[in-house]
Design a protein around this ligand. Structure first.
Ligand SMILES: Nc1nc2c(ncn2[C@@H]2O[C@H](COP(=O)(O)OP(=O)(O)OP(=O)(O)O)[C@@H](O)[C@H]2O)c(=O)[nH]1
Ligand SMILES: [Mg+2]
Length: 408
């Protein structure tokens, strides 16, 4: 599959992100064209002169395969059709491209259902668009208008019936997961959801944690240098020697300007984020648009109604920087390095245990120190003659078990 990218008011991030989306969707991009626009053209989005120029340019670079022309904005139905007529090539806008990627990535029943709902919602939004056109074209002709409307009504009714049916199926899956979750919640193990922009390394962290947890098996999650490699949430128990256990949830990555209906379609997956006790927000420190990416993530979190869950920020991909900057209160790391991932776990527990009571203890060697480490956060430990001397933050739930060891 071949494509040509047309960028409207581009910046370098837009350019990179669109090219990533295009290659993730499986296209070989033949060329990039652009226009700076102050005003949107009603018929074509871009200027009509530019459309002709673009057609001529594509003609020069195309080979035998059909080419799709991809825009970095959202086009309405009229603009898309006019562009296709004028260019003689199929046109895709950014949303359609993202839906194509979602379709390719969706592996589970749940992800597939969500993508189908998103697609139908998108089609329904296109119908509204067409309707505006119809009323312009057919005003005055009562007969035609009625016919047109009947046709549209049917399609819309079919679409909403299909959406309703798929939502019901989704609801069933969601409910079965809820029961599993409530069983989990009663165990008092904290649930941490990894959130962040797409491709920042969320699934890489999940797998690294599983590895430290000695659980490398078929349950690993997919890591790819692709946008939206992950389309469903998955949770795993992480139990690493020297730390208390926690449950980690890998989630779908976010992207800027994600159309609302897409967020809406993935709500059942995204809503799991709301059940987390903590959010681990992963940033890509090597990205030159980190702050925009941060805003996009916060916007989606707002949209799904995440409110009041403590956020732990972690900045990944430090290995891609020439120099690692020293920034106060900023945890910079790379998930590619196993030792550093242990530090991430330490950082997570340092945050979780912030308000736990800190005690210095002396534990005789006969006692199984591992149980203590499993229940509480050990900041430091030193082996002494008569036992282990340690600085520990005690989990209020388990503190009573260890009173005999307190030295302060
Ligand atoms: N250089 C470098 N690459 C990394 C690091 N962490 C992850 N990656 C790479 O970044 C790419 C994306 O990683 P994923 O873990 O799939 O990212 P994700 O956030 O889960 O992405 P989505 O599921 O698409 O939202 C992969 O090619 C990883 O190998 C890192 O610390 N340094
Ligand atoms: Mg992922």
């Amino acid at each position: 599959m071949k494509s040509v990218l047309f960028l409207i008011n581009p910046n370098s991030h837009d350019n990179d992100e669109m090219l990533s989306l295009i290659s993730t969707a499986g296209y070989k991009n033949l060329g990039v064209f652009s226009q700076n626009l102050k005003e949107v053209n009603k018929s074509y989005y871009i200027g009509s002169g530019k459309v002709k120029e673009l057609a001529a340019n594509i003609f020069l670079i195309e080979d035998k395969d059909p080419v799709k022309v991809i825009f970095n904005v959202e086009l309405n139905a009229t603009q898309k059709r006019n562009l296709e007529d004028e260019l003689g090539y199929e046109v895709l806008d950014r949303t359609e491209l993202i839906i194509e990627i979602f379709e390719r990535s969706a592996k589970t029943v749940e992800a597939k259902l969500q993508v189908e709902i998103a697609k139908y919602r998108y089609m329904a939004s296109r119908l509204v668009d067409k309707e505006a056109n119809y009323s312009q074209v057919t005003s005055g002709s009562g007969h035609n208008k009625g016919e047109g409307e009947k046709e549209k009504e049917l399609t819309r009714r079919q679409l909403s019936a299909a959406i309703r049916q798929k939502k019901q199926k989704l609801e069933k899956i969601k409910n079965s997961r809820k029961t599993a979750r409530s069983r989990r919640i009663s165990s008092a193990i904290p649930v941490i959801a990894i959130v962040g922009y797409t491709n920042v390394g969320k699934s890489t962290l999940m797998n690294a944690l599983l590895e430290l947890s000695h659980k490398v098996d078929s349950k690993n999650v997919l890591v790819e240098d692709k946008l939206f490699a992950t389309l469903e949430t998955s949770s795993r128990l992480i139990d690493i020697y020297g730390f208390p256990p926690f449950i980690i949830t890998d989630t779908v990555g976010f992207i800027s300007n994600l159309p609302h209906f897409l967020v809406e379609s993935f709500k059942s997956t995204l809503e799991e984020i709301k059940d987390a006790d903590y959010l681990l927000h992963v940033h890509d420190i090597s990205s030159n648009m980190m702050s925009e990416e941060n805003d996009a993530v916060n916007k989606v979190l707002d949209e799904i109604g995440v409110d009041g869950i403590p956020i732990i920020d972690v900045f990944n991909k430090s290995d891609r920087l020439k120099y690692t900057p020293f920034l106060k209160d900023t945890f910079i790391t790379t998930f590619k390095d196993k030792e550093e991932v242990r530090d991430v776990v330490n950082y997570i527990w340092d945050n979780i245990s912030k308000n736990w009571e800190r005690k210095i203890i002396n534990v005789p060697y006969e006692y199984d120190f591992r149980t203590l480490e499993h229940d509480n956060f050990v900041i430091e430990k030193i082996n002494k003659k008569d036992g282990i001397k340690a600085t520990v933050r005690f989990n209020p739930v388990y503190k009573h078990k260890y009173k005999e060891f307190f030295m302060n």
